[in-house]
Design a protein around this ligand. Sequence first.
Ligand code: ADP
Ligand code: ADP
Length: 232
Amino acid sequence: MIRLSNVIKSFDTKQGTLTAVDNVNLSIESGEIYGIIGYSGAGKSTLVRMFNGLEKPTKGEITLGDSVISKLTGKALREKRQKIGMIFQHFNLLWSRTVLENILLPLEIANVPKHDQLEKAYELIRLVGLEGREDAYPAELSGGQKQRVGIARALANEPTLLLCDEATSALDPQTTDEVLELLLEINKRLNLTIVMITHEMHVVRKICHKVAVMEKGKIVEEGNVLEVFKRP
Ligand code: ADP
Ligand code: ADP
């Protein structure tokens, strides 16, 4: 599904060159829930932003399915990106739009026919358990409900990959568990590949099949969750 070979990402800063991602090799298989764990500043976001082409590697190559995403530009990149969903710590919802309107947005952008847009949006609302809240505004929702809107919106164009950047970090422990259960169910039901960036061990233990531990831009451990966390 995703292959990274010798990926380096550096930024030019006033203090000189900063290497955020330092020679990473990684394979993520279709249908996996893959965790990327590490402290703040380890390079997790930069790494995952290259998965959907928001950042280009300075060196190395990233393959997603059958295309080299790190080489795509323009229309080809936009089309590929529509098949990659993303959810965020602070939800990134549009505050002046209702739940339904937030979920319709990616369908509008993708030029899905009007009638299909509504059908799809209501199907997603059922999937994430927000029936009855269609006309609410984000400010009227709990944190967990806001993230459910984020998930529904991310799934609107039937992505092959869902990227989660600290998606539960703004939620309390119980709400975190509920959102993780939902992601697990979606992974099983749609066989959707999920990549989760987190600094929380609990999140990885609860739903990830495999995990990579990042430190200072490098992957220092990688493998099945049970094995990695058992190592001394
Ligand atoms: P994490 O997601 O693990 O917290 P990031 O990928 O956000 O880590 O950041 C890794 C390092 O790269 C940090 O030192 C950060 O300041 C730096 N960095 C990230 N994006 C940029 C950028 N656009 N310009 C300069 N430095 C950046
Ligand atoms: P998050 O909370 O999601 O990790 P950040 O606050 O680290 O977000 O980064 C927000 C944005 O700023 C990102 O686009 C990231 O690439 C950029 N960024 C992070 N660190 C730096 C930096 N030192 N210089 C310039 N841009 C940065």
